[in-house]
Design a protein around this ligand. Structure first.
Ligand code: COA
Ligand code: MG
Length: 293
């Protein structure tokens, strides 16, 4: 999964553009992009859309962003959409691993009521939207067997801490958001789930998006969320393993397979040991996933 495109669930026109965007995953949003009055109708639209889109060959993964667990909406969100069998649920404003656990148990019940396979619905948590979460990031580790990714957000966080902006004049994240980003990356690695970079809201700035995506890929994020279809191609390109990285990875995997006793090997003038092997295997797994898209 390289790209996840957000689409407001009450906007049928945008939903109609989801599949053609080329995003590896669509996130049908019931949270901040849908007003309180429209949430009930949006649940129905989301469920219909997911039911229809699931039948397509070569479809994107389908996620629903529900409302946060401290709102009166999230349980109805689940009740409204689980019957359509989304691949996963995005949990916004998560406060700790306990929220992931609570959502996971609620999904057990919702899946059972809907006759869906128990445990089938995955969870991606947005872990940096409320400050308390940043103080207990370790609790996401082993919070649920459903957890498949962690992402982070700067928009809500800057609102809560009272910052006037979250980017400096050079367009880069200011230091509080760099900390949030980096904690998300480390926590995802510790939890052995996908680290997913946050949205780039300036959707007319292709170069800024590309730079930020490249820095994310460089640091270990495996994908980035998008808010506009014109961001998808850039993100997919940046997060697709490059042919030269695939070639080196194949060489590393082969070298260790040919020398099962070896702890360390020299390849192309570089020292290569177990961590490099693990990285090479991850790159090949991602390349394979892209090829099957
Ligand atoms: N998914 C699918 N289609 C989208 C889209 C999205 N996220 N965002 C825009 N489009 C479509 C538009 O409907 C428009 O279609 P048209 O050419 O047939 O009219 C086309 O892409 C171009 O859109 P554009 O005019 O450039 O943008 P806009 O002003 O209509 O919309 C946003 C700008 C930010 C409101 C819109 O991109 C959006 O709703 N993004 C998602 C917001 C969201 O979900 N936020 C929550 C997560 S942070
Ligand atoms: Mg938000």
């Amino acid at each position: 999964m390289r790209s996840q495109l957000f689409i407001p669930a009450d906007d049928e026109k945008k939903l109609g553009k989801g599949v053609a965007s080329g995003a590896d995953a669509l996130i049908i949003d019931l949270e901040d992009s849908v007003s309180a009055q429209r949430k009930p109708a949006a649940r129905g639209v989301a469920a219909q859309y997911i039911t229809a889109t699931r039948t397509l060959e070569n479809r994107p993964l389908l996620y629903v962003r529900v409302n946060a667990l401290d709102t009166p909406y999230w349980e109805e969100d689940l009740a409204g959409v689980i019957g359509s069998r989304p691949d996963g649920v995005i949990l916004p404003k998560a406060r700790s691993g306990a929220d992931v656990h609570t959502l996971s148990i609620a999904l057990n019940h919702a899946e059972e009521r809907a006759g869906a396979t128990k445990g089938a619905t995955r969870i991606v948590a947005l872990t940096t939207e409320v400050p308390i979460s940043l103080l207990q990031m370790h609790t996401y580790v082993e919070s649920s067997s459903r957890l498949e990714g962690l992402s982070w957000g700067a928009e809500d966080l800057s609102g809560v801490i009272g910052a006037s902006t979250n980017r400096g004049v050079d367009g880069r994240w200011t230091s509080p958001y760099e900390l949030a980003r980096n904690l998300c990356l480390f926590t995802a690695a510790a939890a052995n789930v996908q680290p997913i970079d946050t949205v780039y809201v300036n959707f007319r700035d292709a170069q800024g998006l590309r730079t930020e995506a490249m820095e994310a890929a460089r640091d270990g994020f495996t994908s980035k969320m998008a808010i506009h279809p014109n961001q998808v191609e850039i993100i997919n390109e940046v997060f697709t393993p490059r042919p030269e990285d695939i070639a080196v990875s194949e060489e590393i995997v082969k070298a260790f397979a040919d020398n099962p006793q070896a702890g360390v090997i020299g390849i192309r003038g570089q020292m290569v040991d177990r961590p490099h092997l693990a990285r090479a295997q991850r790159i090949l797994a991602r390349a394979k996933a892209v090829a099957s898209r």
